[in-house]
Structures are given as structure tokens and as C-alpha cells.
Design a protein around this ligand. Structure first.
Ligand SMILES: NC(=O)c1ccc[n+]([C@@H]2O[C@H](COP(=O)([O-])OP(=O)(O)OC[C@H]3O[C@@H](n4cnc5c(N)ncnc54)[C@H](OP(=O)(O)O)[C@@H]3O)[C@@H](O)[C@H]2O)c1
Length: 306
């Protein structure tokens, strides 16, 4: 598995990590087996959030992969906080600190490699976030920090107050859900793709060496399910199948290779609990799609070129 540095940090991560949002659908035995398959494939980066499965995903992970000292050093744990489900967002110092306590307890570890703020809080006071991050950093409970679902100015505002560099922004990104790419390609056009929904987040992250982590890499927009093997994306699936044959992988491998081919250095976070799909995703780091293949896939996903 190819590795990369996460943002400006010296933290080396695999280019494909596992999103653990769906882990609680497995039994303890299944989770143990599956996480060990991930490790065999070099997928030693695990993305969590305090809210996944109402805390059950972290708890099951902590039981399925007990973290004695050696084992802990071999894996990279990221989690997120700041969403109070169905109620509000909370980036207050008190909420961030208490969320991290819960995360560490459920995972059964003494530290997180990375903590992300999950989704913007309109009432955020950046000084409070800075105070929380300082306490977490100096106590050794969190080593690196980042955000998720944020626009450039939101990141810039936060970074003005926070001492530690923000090293990642986790955003939805897949072949069909790639407006951040379309907006650049269709710059200044009147077409739908030209509409700027994210404030130029792709270029901002590249300029500031902030890694984009792609969440839901195989999903259509608005939680409508995977586009792979979906008749609504017939042309895309036909092309993915053809390229899968050429590169000796499956469609999941091609959908992953498409994201990895982007020069921004995107880290892909699949949430599959299927060993075959996981292997395809992990091994996609060995595939380099040609420029025409990359653009053909983009067009087959329903985008246009000016
Ligand atoms: N920051 C955020 O706001 C945010 C939001 C959502 C998610 N995330 C992160 O992103 C990670 C990935 O999200 P995700 O799980 O939605 O990503 P995903 O990898 O795009 O989707 C995985 C789901 O799609 C199914 N799937 C994929 N290909 C399929 C196929 N060909 N046929 C049938 N089913 C297929 C998987 O089933 P199988 O298990 O059977 O493969 C699984 O249920 C999460 O775990 C979480 O860490 C972050």
C-alpha cells in the first residue's frame, strides 16, 4: 500500500483507510476477522466519529482490536466530534474535551492520532476550539487536528486561532459527487457544474497542504446508495468494468483509482465491510489510470467538459 504524509505533518498514512461508520453491523468475531484483513492489506488507518452507531462502532473496534502497546503503535486512529445528533453542533471547549474522553474510553486507547471537527458549528468561538486543542495536545491525548465538511474561509478563521496545523479536511467525494472538481473545470461557465458549492476547497487545500479525505467514495448524492452496479449509472459501470478487466481489479478498484489519480493527494476512506471490495480499494494504490481514462470516467459519471 502506498503511503503519504497527512497534510504538513510527519504522520505517514496509507492512501486508503477504513471508514468505521458501518462497523457496528458486524459481530465481535466478524469485526476482529475483518480488521485483521484490513491490516494484512496495509489499511492501518481507521476513521471513526463519536456518533457512529451511537458510540457502538468505536466500542466494538476497541474490543475487536485490543490495543496493547505494540498493536496501538502499528495503527493510526482518527475520530471526530462536534455533532450532537438531531439537536445541534457543538464546538465548545467543554464539548470537545468530554467527547474526546468518551472516544478514548470506547476505543480503549490513551491517544488519538488525529481529531477532526465533524461538521461546522455556526456558534463556534475559535478561541474555545484553540483552548481545547491546546489541552488535548499538551496532555498527549491528541497528536494532530483537522476538520470535516468545511469551506476555505472556515478553515482559515479557525487556523488563525489554533496553534496546531489543520492537516485534513474530510469531504464527500466520489466519481458522481465531485462538484469540487467540476467547478474548476467549468470555471466561469453558465453550466450547472460551474456552481461553486464549497468556496474553492480543492485548490485551497492544495495551496495550504491540507489533505482531503474522501468520504463515501462509492455513493451517489443524498444517501441514494452506491453507484457501483447501479443501473442509473450504466455507462459508468460499463467503462469501470472494461478498465477493471485491463487492470486486473473490480469496479471498486477503478472507482478508488480514479480518486487516487488526482494530484491533490486525496486519501480515500471506503466504508465497505466486504473483504473483496476492501482488497480492491487497498490495491488500487498500485493502479495509475491514464489521463484519457480519468477523463472518460469523469464524463461517464455524468459530468460535462466545457
Ligand atoms: N465526515 C463526514 O461527514 C462523513 C459522512 C459520512 C461518512 N464518513 C466517513 O466515510 C466513510 C465511508 O462512508 P460510506 O460507508 O458511506 O462509504 P462507501 O464506501 O462509499 O459506501 C459503503 C457502503 O456502500 C456499499 N457498497 C459499496 N459498493 C457496493 C456494491 N458494489 N454493491 C453493494 N453495496 C456496495 C457497502 O456495502 P458492503 O459493506 O457490502 O461493501 C457499504 O454499505 C464512513 O465510514 C465514515 O468514516 C464521513
Amino acid at each position: 500500500m502506498r503511503t503519504m504524509n497527512l497534510g504538513v505533518s510527519d504522520l505517514k498514512v496509507p492512501v486508503v483507510g477504513l471508514g468505521c461508520m458501518r462497523l457496528s453491523g458486524l459481530s465481535l468475531h466478524q469485526a476482529n476477522q475483518y480488521l485483521n484483513i484490513c491490516l494484512e492489506e496495509g489499511v492501518n488507518f481507521f476513521d471513526h466519529a463519536d456518533i457512529y452507531g451511537g458510540g457502538q462502532c468505536e466500542e466494538l473496534f476497541g474490543k475487536a482490536l485490543p490495543m496493547h502497546a505494540d498493536a496501538r503503535e502499528r495503527i493510526i486512529l482518527q475520530s471526530k466530534c462536534g455533532i450532537v445528533p438531531g439537536v445541534m453542533f457543538d464546538f465548545s471547549r467543554a464539548h470537545i474535551l468530554s467527547s474526546v474522553e468518551g472516544i478514548l474510553r470506547r476505543l480503549g486507547t490513551e491517544y488519538l492520532d488525529v481529531l477532526l471537527l465533524h461538521r461546522p458549528d455556526a456558534l463556534m468561538e475559535p478561541e474555545e476550539v484553540a483552548a481545547a486543542f491546546d489541552e488535548l495536545y499538551t496532555s498527549g491525548k491528541v497528536r494532530h487536528f483537522g476538520v470535516s465538511n468545511q469551506r476555505p474561509y472556515q478553515m482559515a478563521l479557525l487556523q488563525k486561532y489554533v496553534k496546531q496545523p489543520l492537516i485534513a479536511n474530510q469531504l464527500q467525494l466520489s466519481l458522481p459527487v465531485s462538484n469540487m472538481i467540476a467547478a474548476g473545470l467549468e470555471a466561469n461557465m453558465t453550466s450547472d457544474g460551474a456552481f461553486d458549492r464549497d468556496g474553492g476547497v480543492l485548490d485551497y487545500c492544495r495551496l495550504n497542504q491540507i489533505t482531503i479525505q474522501a468520504w463515501s467514495p462509492y455513493q451517489m448524492k443524498e444517501w441514494q446508495g452506491p453507484f457501483i452496479d447501479n443501473p442509473r449509472y450504466e455507462k459508468l459501470n460499463a467503462l469501470m468494468a472494461e478498465l477493471a478487466e485491463k487492470y486486473g481489479t473490480g469496479k471498486t478498484g477503478i472507482a478508488t483509482a480514479w480518486l487516487l489519480r488526482h494530484p491533490a493527494g486525496i486519501q480515500v476512506l471506503p466504508g465497505t465491510m466486504n473483504a473483496d471490495r476492501l482488497r480492491q480499494a487497498a490495491r488500487a494504490s498500485e493502479i495509475t489510470l491514464t489521463r484519457p481514462e480519468w477523463y472518460q470516467l469523469y464524463l461517464a459519471a455524468g459530468h460535462i467538459l466545457p
